[in-house]
Design a protein around this ligand. Structure first.
Ligand SMILES: [Zn+2]
Length: 294
């Protein structure tokens, strides 16, 4: 039996219609899947939509539509893109509609909490809704996010934080010895350079009030919703069947030794780091390779 080959597109926010960049990603993913199938591989190509983002909430507000209706309508457009392009995915997961996704988010959060990788702390910072993250004041140009040309909003609230810093050495080692492959080499080098600097812990929730109640509530803390990156990370796990009945998900996760996550856009960085950083928790390990920052 051949080694299974798992391939996923990035999952796009659905604040707008599909654009040309994502259409290109669909075509590339489909071509890669077809190529591997012709070579006899057992390929599984999954895609979907990243629904729990504040961007989506604000887009729905601007359109005067409820968020759930907006997201469902746009998910249909992204789904329809595939046959339009003659492409085929094995599975399409809309993260707000698929109950398997919610179960994976809750399970991942609980594992991270059990491993001691999460803590709640006050946070004050500048938040760019376009980036869906806090930005450094030093990176602003004339007070605006350089990518979105808009001023970030000042936010002061409690957040849950993931102890990303404690996993930096392990992630760096995995990239260096090839267990974690990042291609092309420029993206790999960029990620390693990011890990050479002090790696700060990562905000992984936001207040339910600021999120307008949209998102998956943090287990045992309903005032907070799970932040979009941890939420999206669970999509990749759920699409492999994790956590899964009768350990099926865990077995699939282990068997998919050659997992591929395709990103056409220039967004290597935190998502690239977060996924392997939190992987020990998804495997049920302690994840405590070195002392945390706090
Ligand atoms: Zn921005």
């Amino acid at each position: 039996m051949t080694t299974p080959y798992f391939l996923s597109t990035a999952i796009p926010y659905v604040n707008s219609r599909p654009h040309l960049g994502f259409a290109f990603e669909v075509v590339v993913a489909d071509a890669l899947a077809r190529h591997r199938r012709r070579r006899g591989r057992d390929v599984r190509l999954v895609t979907g939509t990243d629904d729990h983002s504040l961007k989506n909430v604000l887009a729905a507000e601007r359109a005067g539509v409820g968020t759930a209706a907006w997201v469902a309508g746009h998910a249909d457009r992204f789904r329809a893109l595939w046959p339009t392009l003659g492409a085929t995915a094995d599975e399409f997961v809309s993260t707000s509609l698929d109950p398997r996704h919610r179960a994976a988010v809750v399970a991942l959060w609980q594992r991270l909490a059990a491993a001691g990788d999460l803590y709640r702390a006050p946070y004050r910072g500048l938040y760019c809704v376009g980036c869906e993250r806090f930005v450094d004041a030093g990176d602003l140009v004339d007070g605006c996010c350089p990518e979105h040309a808009a001023p970030p909003e000042e936010v002061a609230e409690d957040n849950w934080f993931f102890r990303l810093g404690r996993h930096a050495d392990a992630v760096r080692a995995a990239i260096r010895d090839g267990r974690l492959a990042i291609e092309p080499a420029a993206a790999r080098d960029e990620t390693l350079a990011f890990l050479e600097r002090p790696v700060h812990d990562l905000s992984v929730s936001r207040s339910a009030a600021r999120a307008r109640g949209w998102g998956i509530p943090v287990p045992d803390d309903p005032d907070q919703v799970v932040y979009v990156w941890i939420d999206a990370l669970a999509y990749y796990l759920a699409s492999l069947g994790w956590p899964g009945a009768q350990a099926q998900g865990r077995r699939r996760l282990r068997d998919q030794r050659r997992r591929r996550r395709l990103r056409v856009r220039d967004d290597a960085g935190a998502p690239t780091i977060t996924a392997p950083g939190s992987a020990p928790a998804s495997r049920g390990g302690s994840g405590a390779e070195s002392p945390g920052r706090r």
